[in-house]
Design a protein around this ligand. Structure first.
Ligand SMILES: Nc1ncnc2c1ncn2[C@@H]1O[C@H](COP(=O)(O)OP(=O)(O)OP(=O)(O)O)[C@@H](O)[C@H]1O
Ligand SMILES: [Mg+2]
Length: 266
């Protein structure tokens, strides 16, 4: 199906005792929340935990994260006529936080992405996120995944999406995680857009995953379904998710971000 040759960039680099981590929140299913969770987690690590972060936006078709950054930068700009920004609350939070936005670098899912990765590896980032499209038929996809340290797989409760993500996990475990040439050494899964409906069906899905893909470690915390996600101060690459959203009970964002950060920084 695809070549087993991995373009292997480097073993884990140690620079000034900092171990750079390459992370991807990946699935072959569109709309599971890859770009959303990538941005919230990157912003939490950058602005709350003060880590040096960069995102490589390799979703060439959509460029969701790059677009969102452009929109946010426009919205915090002061309009010379009204003397106000378009998004006053975001602008206030951004100014108060007083931190330079982390870089978001566009890359195509072809050989050129390895030049981008090599450049990034020569900088002292603590964590590099790669936002990938869901196109596993592309051989480059596997090579990029093989150069990640950790993959987070978002699952949603829809049965069709569930099956597709399950198949995705099985392929990645066998082709990459178990391949000694690959850098990938940890895969975990979590629920996103979780709604507390049909708990027995949900438990069945969980047991099924634990039985058939035991190498993909379940996270304790899931991200609930919440309209807060669409708020500019929740999913911004300019500020860490605002406190008020972290505390929404069913959203569970604070616990999720803390657990994910500790997996990454371990
Ligand atoms: N926890 C959540 N609660 C409510 N809505 C959410 C949640 N997570 C993501 N969404 C919404 O789901 C939609 C898809 O999210 P997102 O674009 O992050 O998915 P994706 O996996 O990156 O999709 P694609 O495969 O198209 O790149 C967006 O409208 C986003 O706002
Ligand atoms: Mg996306």
């Amino acid at each position: 199906m695809f070549s087993m040759f991995f373009y292997y960039l480097c073993s884990i680099r140690i620079k000034n005792c900092i171990i750079m981590r390459i992370i991807s929140i990946a699935s072959q299913k569109g709309g599971c929340g890859k770009s959303t969770i990538t941005t919230m987690l990157a912003s939490h690590l950058a602005y709350k935990l003060e880590k040096k972060i960069c995102i490589i936006d390799a979703d060439t078709r959509q460029r969701t994260i790059q677009h969102m950054r452009e929109i946010a930068l426009d919205e915090v700009k002061i309009d010379p006529q009204t003397k106000e920004p378009a998004d006053v609350k975001l602008c206030q939070a951004f100014c108060l936080q007083d931190k330079k936005p982390y870089p978001i670098i566009g890359a195509s899912l072809d050989d050129s992405i390895f030049n981008v990765l090599e450049d990034v590896l020569n900088k002292d980032y603590d964590v590099v996120f790669i936002d990938l499209p869901g196109s596993i038929e592309n051989n480059i996809f596997f090579q990029v995944v093989a150069n990640c340290d950790i993959l987070f797989i978002p699952f949603i409760q829809d049965p069709v999406d569930f099956q597709s993500n399950f198949d995705f996990c099985r392929v990645i475990v066998n082709a990459v995680l178990k391949n000694k040439e690959s850098r990938l050494n940890y895969m975990c899964r979590f629920w996103n857009r979780y709604k507390d409906i049909r708990p027995s069906q949900f438990e069945e899905m969980n047991s099924f995953l634990s039985e058939y893909i035991p190498d993909v470690i379940p996270m304790v915390n899931r991200v609930g379904y919440s309209d807060a996600v669409s708020n500019s101060r929740c999913r911004s690459s300019l500020i860490s998710p605002a406190e008020e959203f972290l505390n929404y009970k069913n959203f569970n964002l604070r616990n999720f971000l803390e657990e994910a950060s500790s997996i990454i920084l371990k």
